[in-house]
Design a protein. Structure first.
Length: 326
């Protein structure tokens, strides 16, 4: 299977679609009474009042989520190939993206994090263009606005604001206009939101939006480790990919090295930003899938022993299916 997706063949579009629904057999098989979809943060509903909480039946919800994941995988695959992160174009980034979005049941339904992944993939593309773009200030301003829009959908997405400064450190020499540009883009969206709150004589509620920023990072976690055994194969592949990346690191293009450093920081920030939402759900970690999928794809793109990497991937997929059904 891996060898098939190493080729940039149009038939892989069909295989990828079939694979998307194959991994979701378990959730289609289950009986669902109700699946809520909170499209926007409560503070944004005063600005955009779209009630999609109960707009879809459970199976429609899952089907739409599956289609969105497939579309995201294709966009993501194209971006990774365009920036030559794997050395050669393939469908492996899309394959790993779909696999990553199928690790847990909550990943397979419509959620704010799923919608924000469109924005996350978009800003990954813009970040990777920073070293090549002549008009960087405009690009950074756009990234700031995209992050602000993402925060209206899902507040913890605001943590991506830190990525602007990390990306500028990685790809650009210091220019204070570029550093300010991202903040101005972010503030612009929330400025209009503040104006709207003011017009509705509700400015005091606008100040409440920022309360989660004062949350302390939790020191104690309640984790049912049995729910996360499926991550063992992921950890094994990531370790193998890291060893492979270290071996090839200084033989890669500088832009590729910086790209992987960027994605590493993005993975950490995406995972850690859960504390900005006291009642966060497992689907929050969908934000970790795009940066993580590149590393998984890197291993399978560069692995040499076919019997080993094909067997490893098969065990990975079987373990996902097993833990989804049990």
């Amino acid at each position: 299977m891996i060898n098939q997706f190493r080729k940039l063949s149009p038939i892989n579009l069909v295989f990828l679609l079939a694979y998307t629904f194959f991994l979701r057999i378990a959730i289609f098989h289950e009986t669902h009474d109700k699946l809520n979809f909170d499209f926007l943060e409560p503070f944004a509903r005063l600005l955009i009042n779209i009630d999609l909480d109960n707009a879809f039946t459970p199976y429609t919800n899952i089907f739409i989520a599956s289609v969105l994941v497939y579309i995201q995988a294709l966009i993501f695959n194209r971006i990774v190939n365009n920036h030559n992160l794997l050395g050669k174009p393939s469908f492996l980034p899309g394959l790993m993206f779909i696999t990553g979005t199928s690790l847990f049941m909550p990943f397979m339904i419509l959620s704010p994090a799923l919608i924000c992944n469109f924005l996350l993939i978009w800003i990954i593309d813009k970040f990777l263009k920073l070293g090549k773009s002549a008009n960087t200030i405009t690009n950074v301003f756009d990234i700031g606005m995209i992050i602000a829009v993402g925060a209206l959908i899902y507040f913890p997405f605001m943590a991506m604001l830190l990525m602007i400064f990390l990306a500028l450190l990685l790809f650009r020499s210091f220019n204070w206009r570029e550093w300010v540009g991202g903040l101005v883009g972010f503030i612009t969206v929330f400025f209009f939101l503040a104006v709207f709150y003011y017009w509705n004589d509700n400015l005091s509620s606008f100040y409440q939006i920022w309360k989660p920023l004062g949350n302390k990072f939790p020191s104690v976690f309640k984790i049912n480790y049995n729910d996360y055994l499926v991550l063992i194969p992921v950890a094994v592949i990531i370790i193998l990919a890291s060893l492979q990346l270290r071996e090839n690191f200084f033989r890669s293009f500088i832009s590729t090295r910086k790209g992987f450093q960027l994605l590493f920081f993005m993975f950490i920030i995406s995972a850690a930003s859960f504390y900005l939402k006291p009642d966060f759900r497992t689907w929050h970690f969908l934000l970790c899938v795009p940066p993580g999928a590149v590393l998984l794809a890197y291993y399978f793109s560069n692995a040499k022993k076919r019997w080993f990497y094909e067997t490893l991937f098969l065990l990975f997929v079987l373990s996902i299916q097993y833990f989804l059904f049990v």
